[in-house]
Design a protein. Structure first.
Length: 602
């Protein structure tokens, strides 16, 4: 009988033996565990184990290796002498150690585990993909005392499967998803959009004049450009978004999770397009040549509609043609209304930047007065003297300036103009006592060089830091409070003061208030409006004043428009006021006339 098993026995043969002769297999398992069996069984089973093409081993319910055949030595690199007596986790990757406890628990319950695919580690550190069959080992009374294991190396099969998947779903040149994978992801995105009422966008990107590059410099250079463009596009999007290559020089971006408000999702899509244009502006080093390229982008939005992926791609393609017709290196939306909105935003940003270069902006000054009605300072408020629209109020352009980043150069201009005005006032006795408050955006304040920026503006104008007050909003304090405190402290050391604007309408945490090196609190006009009749406004105002007095801070009440409001605030020991009762924001000449008139007769 032994001669029938003299040659190598394949894994399928062993598996068939196990399926057809369960009692014989249990005998093999018992043999592997060292359980006493007959001499005939031992001879047959030893031949099976030793000649198998697959790694065969056994272990106790504590996971200790009790047998290890020659193929296990080959597969995992450990000799039987090295492996037996060691825990089976010897061949487990560190991130899969928890698997062993689960496997042993299932074996202890009498389960057999078939074709379990997992990762194990060779002695030299290589990771191996294996398919494992585990069966319980029972003693003569049927009790589970360990586990037998057959492991088959499937590393090459998995690598082949991965290569097949890569060829089927990914572009061989750039490594990006191809058309097939893109449409699969797009179908999922459309389904998700319909379920959650979230929006998305599809952007079709075509490199301008790519054919000329290919024809003149060759396909190798063209391929190098496409690979680098692919890398830069990936840098422009979030991990949740997709970048794909359709073929040639056409790329697609799939953006998900955008705002359900159409104007906002259009703005988010435009922001990504602007990042792409900015990335492509940098020259490409192709071999020894520097190459410059641009792209045209067509975009379409989706939000729960029943359009197919092919429909959306056609829409983006139509928008792309519009972008090319408009002169290339630009973005066009499929929807005309969205395009109008995007163009209006782009025009406003351009207008703002041109306005700065033309010096269209002007500071207006609103007086701050004390209890006697004397002007003690002012708040600087920006106005835009537009050549066509006339005087534009800050509410019509500051929010967009914040969003687009124009607030940074605009904020620098405000700071420089305020310091220049302080310097001009300092040389005249009738204005040398005046302080000037300037608003600072959170985006400007968070810049690493903000302290240096303020210091440079003061030095350039030769202005007194002790007369400058920077007004901050509570929203600034929600992000990196330690950085806020550090910058405030650095400027406070040279004399710059700080006011917390609109106090009580935002975060209003006493824990940060006591840590900030503030000079003033400004009571928001929403609390002043109801004085002295509204009981809630009265209570809030009294609390703010008491808190400020305890902390040694000056209080400025904003939006004071009536004598009754002023009288109530004076009775509560409020020291300073702003509002139409004392004067509206005005050009510097009108403000100085008001100041020269002496205490206001109210």
């Amino acid at each position: 009988m032994g001669s029938r098993f003299r040659g190598p026995i394949s894994y399928p043969a062993v598996a068939r033996a196990v399926d057809n002769l369960p009692l014989l297999w249990n005998g093999a398992a018992r043999f592997l565990a060292g359980v006493r069996i007959s001499r005939a069984e031992r001879s047959l089973l030893a031949a099976l184990v030793a000649s198998s093409d697959d790694a065969i081993a056994s272990k106790t319910l504590d996971g200790i290796i009790t047998s290890w055949n020659p193929q296990a030595e080959t597969l995992f690199g450990y000799s039987a002498a090295e492996a037996i007596g060691q825990p089976m986790t010897l061949i487990f990757p560190p991130d899969r150690l928890d698997e062993e406890a689960d496997l042993l628990a299932r074996i202890a319950r009498g389960e057999s585990i078939k074709r379990y695919e997992t990762v194990r580690v060779h002695k030299d550190g290589r990771q191996i993909m294996v398919s494992v069959n585990l069966s319980p080992i029972r003693d003569g009374k049927g009790r589970v005392i360990g586990a037998s294991k057959i492991a088959h190396d499937i590393t090459l099969r998995k690598q082949d499967e991965e290569e097949i998947r890569r060829l089927a779903f990914f572009d061989s040149l750039t490594g990006l998803p191809n058309r097939r994978l893109l449409f699969d992801r797009l179908a999922q995105a459309l389904s998700q959009s319909r379920r959650t009422d979230s929006a998305g966008a599809l952007l079709l990107i075509d490199l301008d004049q790519f054919k000329t590059l290919n024809d003149t410099l060759g396909h190798d250079i063209g391929d190098a450009l496409l690979r680098e463009v692919a890398r830069r596009l990936v840098d422009c999007v979030r991990e949740s978004d997709s970048v794909a290559r359709l073929g040639g020089d056409e790329f697609v971006l799939l953006l998900e999770g955008l705002s359900s408000v159409t104007e906002e999702s259009a703005a988010q899509t435009e922001a990504i397009a602007m990042k792409i244009f900015a990335q492509l502006q940098h020259p490409f080093l192709l071999g020894e040549r520097k190459h410059h390229t641009t792209a045209s982008i067509g975009a379409t939005l989706f939000n729960g509609q029943r359009d197919s992926g092919e429909d959306l791609l056609k829409q983006a393609d139509l928008a792309l043609y519009r972008a090319k017709d408009a002169g290339r290196n630009t973005l066009r939306f499929f929807d005309a209304d969205m395009q109008i909105a995007v163009q209006a935003r782009a025009a406003l940003e351009s207008d703002l930047r041109e306005g700065l270069s033309r010096e269209d902006f002007q500071l207006y000054f609103q007086p701050k007065v004390d209890q006697e009605g004397s002007v003690v300072g002012s708040e600087a408020l920006i106005r835009w003297n537009h050549p066509e629209r006339g005087l534009v109020m800050p509410g019509d352009f500051i929010p967009f300036a914040e969003e687009s980043g124009v607030i940074l150069p605009l904020g620098r201009w405000i700071l420089g103009a305020a310091c220049g005005q302080l310097a001009a006032w300092s040389i005249r006795p009738e204005t040398s006592h005046l302080t000037l408050a300037a608003n600072v955006s959170a985006r400007q304040f968070r810049r690493p060089d903000f302290v240096a920026e303020v210091t440079a503006a003061l030095e350039a104008a030769d202005a007194d830091p002790n007369k400058l007050i920077l007004e901050l909003t509570e929203s600034l304090l929600l992000d990196d409070l330690e950085d806020v405190i550090s910058k405030m402290a650095a400027l406070k050391t040279i004399g710059v003061g700080f006011a917390l604007d609109d106090f009580g309408t935002g975060y209003s945490s006493l824990s940060y208030l006591k840590r900030l090196p503030l000079t003033q609190l400004k009571i928001d006009r929403s609390f002043v409006d109801g004085l002295p009749e509204d009981g809630d406004d009265v209570a809030i105002t009294r609390t703010i004043l008491a808190l400020a007095q305890h902390m040694g801070l000056e209080v400025v009440a904003e939006g004071v428009e009536t004598s009754c409001q002023r009288d109530f605030l004076i009775a509560q020991n409020c020291g300073a006021f702003q509002g139409f009762l004392f004067g509206r924001p005005a050009p510097v000449e009108e403000f100085e006339v008001l100041n020269a008139a002496g205490p206001l007769d109210l």
